[in-house]
Structures are given as C-alpha cells and as structure tokens.
Design a protein around this ligand. Structure first.
Ligand SMILES: Cc1cc2nc3c(=O)[nH]c(=O)nc-3n(C[C@H](O)[C@H](O)[C@H](O)COP(=O)(O)O)c2cc1C
Length: 223
C-alpha cells in the first residue's frame, strides 16, 4: 500500500467568477476525487464569497500594528486548518486572476501568520506554513505546441508559487491544462482527458505528488 503523506484536510481555493465552465468542471471533479479518497475539504470560492482583493488605506496602516480585518482572519483560520492548499484558477494576463492575487496579498502577507520577521518587521526570517503542501490546477487558453502562447509556461503560475514559497511552502506542484479557451465544450473528449487527470490527482493526493510542474495539453486546435 502506498505511503500516506499525512494529508487529511484540504483547503480548495477557487478563483473563477462562474461555475458553468472548464474551471467549474475541474473543481467538481477534484472535490469528488477527494471525497472518494476519504479526504476532508473546505471550499473557498472567492467570487461567490465576494472576497475583496483590494485593501483600503486603513487596513494597510493597521497591518503595521497587527490589526487584521475579520474577513482576512476568517480566511487565515481556514488556511491553518488545512494540511494542503489547492488553487483552481484560469490563467489571466499571464498570471493569476486579480481576486486570487488580492487574497494572497491580504490573507498571507501578515508577519506572524505566514512568515516571521525581526522585531522591527524588516528582515524575513522564514516561512511559518512550511509543513503544508500545495497544488495548483491552472487552465490556459494558449496552445503550447503551436506557438499560440507567449512567455514561458511556468511563468503563468510563478507569482502564486513564489508567494507560497515565501510562506514556507516549498512543496508546491503545478499542473497546467493548455489549449482550454472558454468555448471548449465541457463534454468534449479533450476535457474528458483533462478531468481524468484531475480525478487522479485528487484520488492520489495523499500518496503521490505529480512532477513539480506537470503540463497537460488538451490538443484542441486553437481558433
Ligand atoms: C481576462 C482573461 C485573460 C486571459 N489571459 C490569458 C493568458 O494570458 N494566457 C492564456 O493562455 N490564456 C488566457 N486567457 C484564456 C483563459 O485562460 C481560458 O479562457 C480559460 O482557461 C478557460 O477556462 P474557463 O472556461 O474555466 O474560463 C484569458 C482569459 C481571460 C478571460
């Protein structure tokens, strides 16, 4: 029997405004897979929650005094509860949807929560979430093999991976699904292949990790 990595509780952070879309299908499939594997999950659907990605000036100032808004404290409790964090998101403008970037800015970048600094708050002294693992499932409209893409494949997830690295999470795996523009039919054979990969990632989450960066191309011809 495969050895357990000790993952029992999984926080799933979903960053797409819709549910009837490829990311929604990936989310549903991933949650079904977790349930089949007997893993507990909590879902943070950032758009459905109405999460505000933009801190106000007061919050920015209060942050220096360690005063954190309730909305962010609540999210921090979910993060602390979990053994592993999973981010499901489309690539937007070569990076993350802004709502996810704001979630990282407002929930994680708090000294004493995700990292330690010296008493003056100046020098980074290490990430506090180092025992957690992370998985990123990212869809992209670009086609990897046809040149219908810009930049380096891994750059699309770089801001997220680096942000997690800062919190101490070094065990982050990225699976990218290329060639998935939003007109791709959820019930097409290409998507069936994508969802089979997602199902397997969820079902084996506690026993196996994919390569650090796994690129899955759906082989749909770009428009
Ligand atoms: C605002 C916006 C920006 C996008 N930027 C990129 C991009 O930089 N690179 C890319 O390959 N696809 C990009 N796309 C395509 C999306 O990644 C693609 O439509 C999505 O992954 C399809 O999944 P969905 O049906 O769940 O939305 C963008 C789409 C939108 C709406």
């Amino acid at each position: 029997m495969a050895e357990s990595l000790g993952i029992r509780k999984v926080l799933v952070v979903y960053s797409h405004p819709a549910h009837q879309c490829l990311n929604g299908a990936i989310l549903d499939t991933f949650l079904e897979g977790l349930a089949r594997a007997g893993l507990e999950h909590r879902l943070r659907d950032l758009y459905a929650l109405g999460f505000n990605p933009a801190p106000l000036e007061k919050e920015w100032r209060d942050g220096f005094a360690g005063i954190i808004p309730d909305e962010c404290k609540r999210e921090q409790e979910h993060v602390l509860w979990a053994d592993a964090l999973v981010f499901i998101q489309p690539a937007w403008n070569f990076s993350l949807p802004a709502i996810l970037k704001g979630y990282l800015d407002r929930v994680f970048v708090i000294p004493g929560f995700s990292f330690e600094s010296d008493p003056n708050g100046v020098t980074y002294r290490g990430g506090l979430l180092k025992h957690k693992k992370a998985l990123v499932l990212q869809t992209l409209g670009g086609a990897l093999q046809t040149g219908y893409r810009f930049g380096n494949a891994t750059e699309y997830a770089q801001a997220l991976v680096s942000s997690l690295h800062y919190t101490g999470i070094r065990n982050t795996h990225v699976t990218q699904f290329w060639n998935l523009y939003k007109e791709t039919q959820v019930d097409s054979p290409e998507i069936a292949r994508v969802l089979a990969t997602v199902r397997s990632l969820a079902e084996t989450f506690d026993t196996k990790q994919p390569e650090r960066v796994q690129i899955v191309s759906s082989c749909v011809t770009p428009p």
